[in-house]
Design a protein around this ligand. Structure first.
Ligand SMILES: [Zn+2]
Length: 322
C-alpha cells in the first residue's frame, strides 16, 4: 500500500509527501480522525516511503524493505495495537517501545513505531512515553493514531505534529467498493451506511451487516409479540455491541432526518426509507432527540466496559418510553 492507494485525505498526504521530499521526517506524529478513514494505512505507507530502498513514493514497490513492511516482518517497523478484553495499551508494551527506541535501526533507514488507537494507552503508559515522544532518538519516528482526542493526554498531544484525517464522501467510497467486487446498487447503499468510513463500508460488504440491522430493527420495532423486546435487543446486538448500537443510532438518526426532508440522499438506510418516514410519524422530534442521546450515551458506557446487559436494558426501556 503506497500513498497512491489511499482514498481521499489529500491534505494529510500532501503534507507528508512534502515532509518526505525535504527529508524532514523527524519526531512524533499523531494522525487524528474518525475510524476507518485511512490513518493506519497512511502510517504504514509512510514507514514504507522512508525506508524504501528505491525511494519509491508512488505506486507499488517490491523492494525487500517494502515487501517486509507489507508482510509485517520488517525488524525496524513496529505496529502496536490495543490488547485484551479492555482493548488497552499498557505500560509493559510502552516499555518495550522505549527499549526498542534506544537501539539503532537494524537494517532500515529509520525505525518506525506505529501506536494505533493512542487513546487506548493507559495514563501511566502515556506518561512513560512522553520523553520519547518529545525527542525520539535519531532515525526513530513515532506515529500515533487516534479517533478520540479526549483520550490522549494534552502533554502527549503537544509533543506531536498533528495531521488531520476526515470522513470520506460517498463519491470516494463507491468506486472503492466496486473495485472490491460490490455491485452498483450495493455500492450506493453501503456508501450511505458507511458514515464516511471506508472501514465501515467494507464491513457492510463483508460481514453481512445489513442482515444484522434488519434483525435488530425488525425485532425491536416491528415484532408483534408480547415478548420482552428489551432482552431481545441484547441478543440481537450479537458480539459486537458497539456496532449494533451504531446501526440503531443510524436508524434513529434517519427517523429524525425524515421529519425535515423527504430526500433519500440525506439518509443512511436508503433501502428502507419509506418505512423510516412512516414509522417516524409516531414520534415527536423531541422524543427522537432524547432517544438518540440515550443511544449515544450507551455507546459511551459500552466503550467504558459498563456491563452491556444492564446498559442495553436501560436503554431499551428508555427507547420504549413514550
Ligand atoms: Zn520499496
Amino acid at each position: 500500500m503506497s500513498f497512491q492507494n489511499i482514498i481521499g485525505q489529500d491534505t494529510a498526504i500532501k503534507a507528508l509527501k512534502g515532509i518526505i521530499a525535504e527529508r524532514q521526517v523527524i519526531g512524533s506524529y499523531i494522525f487524528m480522525g474518525p475510524d476507518g478513514v485511512g490513518k493506519r494505512t497512511t502510517a504504514i505507507a509512510l514507514a514504507k516511503a522512508i525506508n524504501c530502498i528505491r525511494e519509491v513514493q508512488e505506486g507499488a514497490c517490491d523492494c525487500a524493505s517494502c515487501k517486509k513492511i507489507d508482510s509485517g516482518n520488517h525488524p525496524d517497523v513496529f505496529v502496536i495495537l490495543p490488547e485484551g478484553k479492555r482493548g488497552a495499551i499498557k505500560i509493559g508494551k510502552i516499555r518495550d517501545v522505549i527499549y526498542e527506541a534506544s537501539l539503532k535501526p537494524y537494517e532500515g533507514k529509520k525505525r518506525v513505531f506505529i501506536i494505533n488507537d493512542a487513546e487506548a494507552m493507559t495514563e501511566e503508559a502515556q506518561n512513560a512515553l512522553l520523553k520519547v515522544l518529545e525527542e525520539p532518538p535519531d532515525n526513530h519516528i513515532l506515529i500515533l493514531t487516534s479517533c478520540n482526542l479526549a483520550g490522549v493526554l494534552p502533554t502527549a498531544l503537544s509533543r506531536c505534529k498533528v495531521l488531520k484525517f476526515y470522513n470520506l464522501s460517498r463519491d470516494e467510497i463507491q468506486p472503492f467498493l466496486k473495485s472490491r467486487g460490490a455491485e452498483d446498487k450495493e455500492a450506493v447503499l453501503f456508501s450511505h451506511m458507511a458514515m464516511g468510513s471506508l472501514g465501515r463500508a467494507m464491513a457492510f460488504k463483508e460481514k453481512n451487516m445489513m442482515a444484522k440491522r434488519d434483525r435488530l430493527v425488525n425485532n425491536f420495532f416491528f415484532r408483534k409479540s408480547a415478548l420482552l423486546h428489551e432482552d431481545l435487543l441484547t441478543e440481537d446486538m450479537g458480539d459486537d455491541k458497539e456496532e449494533g448500537l451504531n446501526l440503531l443510532l443510524c436508524w434513529y438518526r434517519d427517523m429524525l432526518v425524515s421529519k425535515f426532508t423527504q430526500e433519500d440522499k440525506e439518509l443512511f438506510n436508503i433501502d428502507r426509507s419509506v418505512e423510516i418516514s412512516s414509522y417516524a410519524q409516531r414520534f415527536s422530534k423531541e422524543k427522537l432527540e432524547r432517544d438518540i442521546s440515550a443511544i449515544v450515551n450507551t455507546i459511551g458506557y459500552i466503550k467504558r466496559n459498563v456491563n452491556p446487559k444492564i446498559a442495553l436494558f436501560d436503554m431499551a426501556v428508555e427507547l420504549k418510553r413514550s
